[in-house]
Ligand binder design. Structure first.
Ligand code: CA
Length: 241
């Protein structure tokens, strides 16, 4: 069986397709065979790629609904592909690792994976996880902003960080939305205060710092050394993608 061969079937549809299309990026033929049988019977359409190169070709040609991505592949690491997919689309990626140590690596990196499973996994568990990430896959539109592993859906006012939903207060979300609206550009303290607390007589503007601090605690891996919500000294703040 040549796993690199592209399927001869017509291109699958987007998320709304009645049979969600799963791209299985996996070099162990036994897994691919089992997943093709199992996931097909569960109502998915399975396409397979055994290398990073084949996966990239497949993704460039036609979008898929979800990617099941092995960490160790013959021509490199699935982590790199995960980063590329999540940086350029809203396609959810479930990482598959052979060892639990790999899971720590996967989770320690901000690669945007929606979830992960460890081999050997049960089909039932995988199907449940696939359905969860497909349900929450945000639409690929301008209302969705990605910052590292954080996904902000401005229309739905929801925030995810990797697989988890992040709870924000109304003001915290408003501040995040303001920062998203000027992604990569500075938001001055005056701009933030006017937008969020217009007409409110704040005793001091430390309220703004408190909100920034809380956002960092919820969104940054290391809130003490923020990588995304950075301070522009003497001016304001900037959200870096
Ligand atoms: Ca492998």
């Amino acid at each position: 069986m040549n796993l690199e061969a592209l399927p001869a079937v017509p291109p699958p549809g987007p998320v709304s397709s009645p049979r969600p299309v799963v791209l299985v990026v996996e070099d162990e033929a036994s897994y691919v065979d089992a997943l093709e049988v199992g996931l097909t019977s569960e109502g998915f359409t399975v396409v397979a790629a055994s290398t990073l190169r084949a996966a990239r070709q497949r993704l460039a040609g036609h979008p898929v609904d979800v990617v099941l991505l092995d960490v160790m592949l013959p021509d490199g690491s699935g982590i790199d592909l995960c980063r590329d997919i999540t940086a350029s689309s809203s396609t959810p990626v479930i990482m598959v690792s052979a060892r639990s140590e790999e899971v720590d690596v996967v989770l320690g990196l901000e690669i945007g994976a929606a979830d992960y499973v460890t081999k050997p996994f049960r089909l039932r568990e995988l199907v449940a996880r696939l359905r969860v990430v497909l349900r929450r896959a945000p639409p690929d539109d301008e209302d969705v902003v990605r910052v590292g592993e954080v996904v902000v859906d401005l229309a739905r006012r929801t925030v995810r960080r990797g697989p988890r939903v992040v709870e924000l207060s109304r003001k915290e979300f408003d501040l995040l939305a303001l920062l998203c609206s000027r992604l990569g550009h500075v938001v001055t303290r005056e701009m933030a205060l006017d937008t969020l607390w217009w007409g409110v007589d704040l005793n001091d503007d430390r309220t703004l710092d408190t909100h920034v601090k809380r956002l960092r605690q919820k969104l940054e891996s290391d809130p003490g050394a923020p990588r995304h919500l950075v301070t522009v000294r003497g001016v304001g703040f900037r959200l870096d993608p």
